[in-house]
Design a binder for this molecule. Sequence first.
Ligand code: SF4
Ligand code: SF4
Length: 401
Amino acid sequence: MSGPAPGNGAVSLDDARWQEVLEATNGDAWPCYQCGTCTAVCPWGRVREEPLNVRRIIRAAQLGVEEDGRMLWLCTSCGACEPRCPRGVPIVRVLRALRSLAWKKRQVPKGLPSVLWGIYQDGNPYRLPPSARSDWAKSLEVRRFQAGDEMLLYLGCTASYDRRMQKIARALVRLLREAGVSFGTLGDEEPCCGEAAMALGHAAYAAEIAAANARLFAAKKVRTLVAISPHCYDMFLNHTPRLEAGFKTLHYTQVLADLLKAGRLSFKGSVPKRVAFHDPCYLGRRNGEYEAPREVLRHIPGVELAELAESREGALCCGAGGGRMFLETPAAERFSRLRVRQAGEAGAQILAAACPFCISCLEDSANQLEAGPAVMDVAELALEALGAPAPALGTAVQGGR
Ligand code: SF4
Ligand code: SF4
């Protein structure tokens, strides 16, 4: 038998399950000595009566016993627990491995199989038509990427299909044109980055997607890829193989910060507002980029930059990572609700982020407050600061990280 007890507080162990868990987690759970710090720092404890008991899940993984499978899907992979773990347990990796076992047993929350089928059949987790992927750019005449272009603008599924997030993509197109950057997109041919599959614990499928993407980028001779979502950015930076010459991966805030520093982009308008930046987990804690978005904001005339109570390494997650974007969270349990309150405490009129998932969560929560801050992406603020219409098409080829 596997799982909690035959009635007297003891647990019965199952050798087969133990072996299975050991293989899936690669022994990653072993160093845990059950201090419970992970459970204490996990933000679920701030919004739910029953916290996400990570310590207990890790203990069950050590013993190879079954745990309450529902808890496993709460993790947003925000990474707040890992730097605090005194034993260096790669907690998110262990949780993803346990999710992979749940897939094998078909013990996954309703709705998640459809996310993976969507990526497989339609090239996006939202199950929207692949032929509509580049509809967002229809009025902009964004051209296809060609070998020799300075960069490939990679939209990602959310900025391609979500009407709210398409605004971020359009802002970015105008900014890159203003700076004279030569760039293109892959149009309807753009593939999903595969991050959703990885986050949901389907590592083998995510690796398959990553390998196909690496081949596509090599065939297109992509040298620099700029991603809008930090989740795509992380997938291309850390989980996509490099073939032949490889390619450099940048987040769009890094590109804008570089263009501003190089004098290729400047702001003639102003945004006279107090702005607080919410660090997206996959840009900040996961990949150490805290400065680029703040640098862009600092360049905007009129912006008074404020810091949230929890920022940079200590930033509070918006709640959408780890596949939570595809699962329902009751309004009262959303981390973004706390985040929006923090923005109010910091006196911010605008809560800025640089991630479509964060924008989606924060905006939803801000709209539920009577006097919530406006939620804007850094690219949208930069566009507002341009203050002048952009030229029709940029062509120059130079510079960059
Ligand atoms: S913080 Fe690390 S050592 Fe402590 S319970 Fe969690 S995983 Fe185990
Ligand atoms: S990664 Fe974030 S959500 Fe997941 S267990 Fe750690 S602190 Fe909790």
